[in-house]
Design a protein around this ligand. Sequence first.
Ligand SMILES: Cc1ncc(COP(=O)(O)O)c(C=O)c1O
Length: 492
Amino acid sequence: MTDAPGTTALPVEGVPAPRVLDEIRALRAADRPTHGGRLFAYVYDPGVAGLDELAQAAYAESAHVNGLDPTAFPSLLAMENALVGAAARLLGGGPGTNAPEVVGNVTSGGTESLILAVKAARDARPDVAEPRIVVPVSGHAAFAKAAHYLRVTLDPVDVDPVTLRPGVADVAAAIRPETVLVAASAPSYAHGVVDPVAEIAAVAGAAGVRCHVDACFGGWALPWLRRLGAPVPAFDFAVDGVTSISVDLHKYAYAPKGVSVLLHRNPALRAPQYFAYADWPGYTMINPVIASTRSGGPIAGAYATLRHLGEDGYLRLAEQTRAAVAGLADAVRAVDGLRLMAEPQSTVVCFTTDGDPDLDLFVLVDELTARGWHTQPQLRYAGLPASVHLTVTASVAPRVAEFGPALADAVAAARAAGPVALPPELLALAGTLSPAALTPELIGELAAGLGLGAGPAPDRMAAVNTLLDAAPVALRERLLVEFVGLLQRPTW
Ligand SMILES: Cc1ncc(COP(=O)(O)O)c(C=O)c1O
């Protein structure tokens, strides 16, 4: 067999184990570096020696265990309950607190937690024929996905262009009789700012509506930052009116991917989250989450990670992260032509340009990539400029001193290269084309022109980002579906 790694999943003759692993490692070599503190999105790396090995061993131990039936596999039930208890305690719940009856479940990730928070809120109100949810535009896109999947209407609330937070009066005004849930972020992913949770929960509570705090991103970071003295506003179950909170363990709890926790203030609030079905001849199905069969791997991996790091470990990692955030923010402030979108309040550094037409943010992102620093471009949206997002984790701390010079160098290179110049007719097309008018031929031409197609994405993405930035939201969505669809084709 001489097929290239990653092309044939089912060879005629089985391949020896060491070779299979070698193939996977060869494929992984093309990936962005998950360790080393130079990738500012997608991965959360504490840089703790031995933690990967521990989590992987724990994961492997439970990978074939099925969370479908907690009575058949009490090991998973025990570990899940312990994870939920830890999350609840960290977020202001549990015995002796303002929320002594907190319950929760482990889900596969933040998106699933948010979908289930919306489902629980929707199904708690069978009297509402056309349910709606109120979500600040800075809320994670998974709320929109939940609304889409669950046929709930999304009522977006604008954020202030300076504070990047929603106004409480605007949230209150968006609540209608059909509203089943109001959302707040702690913090928002894009800019890392914490919404005015206490005020939002108060207006939701006054209207008799549930309030979900999306702490998927920062729920495992903010409490430690607060203990270190950072001015973190109240955002958890200490706030009356907060009915549910999501926190992802595969983010700042540094567990392997596939673990989030969705908490409800009490069992009655959680009940409509479950799906039970006895109206068929097979086993009675009772699922707290979307998946039915669930691997025990992520739960065991998270359990091992939390137990090994402990409170002292997370505090230490938060201290390193806080220092890294401060250092990166200083590096941004030191460069002429850049400005922070907001003063860092959590673990995000987000910056934009000060409007200098010679400095193209998307070219800057490519220049940083070329220097081994992988950042995340964010397109302009609703009056907010395009920006660059850095998710900062503990592993970044030792690299901070190198970032400033690299950023200055990348900015100089971006200025020298000048802005992306897409053909004016292409830009005009992006601004005016309706998604419905996109034919396969046109998509093929656009993709080819931008260097997209089957095979790896181009090293330089500034042209793609410029085109998307020029397009209205609906066209952005459609173009991305089509472009990614071109990549996701079977190999034979
Ligand atoms: C605030 C927030 N909510 C939800 C999510 C969705 O999480 P996931 O990607 O695990 O589904 C994210 C992911 O970054 C997030 O930052």
